[in-house]
Design a protein around this ligand. Structure first.
Ligand code: UGA
Length: 315
């Protein structure tokens, strides 16, 4: 099969492309290489993909690129390109989120509608729930984002569902819960905490560190992506949680990190961040039913893998 991976140079995109190559698929990848974080990290990811067998890489913006050309001959699309991050989505930054997460998604869906694509997997987010009414949260829980970022991811998800309902575009939206592991974005908690611990700097904790996250290992997210793309008879417009299944506070994560790096870590409390929910946690029953997927990697195992990766890059 031929797959198109948008955001192929990013964290989840590069892992997904690597897994597709390992399975023998042809991979076309598109990425505009924005500078939200250091593009050199994305170029490193692209080099890994070249080493893993090579992809047909297009550096371009989904808002303007020739999508018909990009989708030519493509069987499955992994739409993983986005402007990520909860905390930067306020004020004038919002325009970038609206463009990348809403307008680009709508443009891609229009083009997909006219194509032979058999499945489009959309990277949605636990942030669509905001401060959820119940935990662990299932997919029928009302969505009420708490950050501008969450609004844009939910809008993208709604677009997938309505293109499915109106035109039968075969979308599957996966609500990822805080993804971690090797190649994690440098603005995210685990990457920042590990970097600080390895450099013997204090770890900056937003708020009081009692916030709870359902962290999900990137290998599990890739497995969910593949299941969403290749499981037969998944109804168009399906929405599924992809959650790690364990709940841990930021303070507990920091303590665990101390045991993994083998020395005490120092912390420094910083102001709580607007848009940051107190808790995330998702049920995975639907993922198991519809996709035959459940998470396999625990937070301690995944954290050890991410520490090993960040250590290897520090030398
Ligand atoms: C993450 C991603 O950044 C979003 O792109 C994604 O859509 C979202 O998960 C999701 O699951 O929907 P977040 O949970 O904020 O968002 O991820 P982290 O950056 O890993 O933060 C986890 C927790 O650690 C948050 O409560 C955050 O406030 C805290 N944190 C983060 C700190 O205390 N210090 C830091 O330096 C960074």
């Amino acid at each position: 099969m031929r797959a198109l991976v948008t955001g192929v140079a990013g964290f989840v995109g590069s892992h997904t492309a690597e897994a597709l190559l390992a399975l023998g698929h042809d991979v076309r990848g598109v990425d505009v290489l924005t500078d939200y974080y250091d593009p050199a990290l994305k170029k490193d990811n692209l080099r890994l993909l070249q080493d893993a067998g090579g992809i047909d890489f297009v550096q371009d913006d989904l808002l303007t690129t020739d999508l018909d050309r990009l989708l030519d001959g493509v069987d499955v699309v992994f739409h993983l390109a986005a402007q990520p991050g909860v905390r930067a989505s306020w004020q004038t930054g919002f325009a970038v989120y609206a463009d990348a997460n809403v307008l680009a998604t709508q443009r891609l869906l229009e083009a997909t509608r006219q194509s032979a694509v058999q499945r489009l997997v959309y990277a949605s987010s636990s942030s669509v729930y905001g401060r959820a009414a119940s935990y662990p949260t299932d997919e029928t829980t009302p969505t009420r984002p708490y950050s501008p970022y969450g609004v844009t991811k939910l809008a993208g998800e709604h677009l997938c569902t309505l293109y499915a309902d109106n035109y039968g575009v075969p979308t599957v939206s996966l609500r990822y819960f805080t993804v971690f592991g090797p190649r994690q974005r440098p603005d995210m908690a685990m990457n920042r905490f590990i970097a600080a611990a390895l450099e013997d700097r204090p770890i900056g904790i937003y708020g009081d560190g009692t916030q709870i996250r359902d962290f999900t290992y990137v290998g599990d997210v890739v497995a969910a992506n593949l299941a969403a793309a290749f499981t037969p008879d998944v109804p168009p417009g399906t929405v599924v949680n992809v959650a790690g299944g364990g709940s841990i506070t930021v303070n507990e994560l920091v303590a665990l990190l101390g045991t993994v790096v083998g020395r005490p870590v120092r912390t420094q409390l910083q102001p709580a961040q607007p848009g940051d929910v107190q808790r995330t946690g998702g049920t995975v029953d639907r993922a198991q039913q519809v996709l035959g997927w459940k998470p396999q990697v625990s937070v301690p195992e995944g954290l050890a893998a991410q520490v090993a990766w960040q250590r290897s890059r520090a030398v």
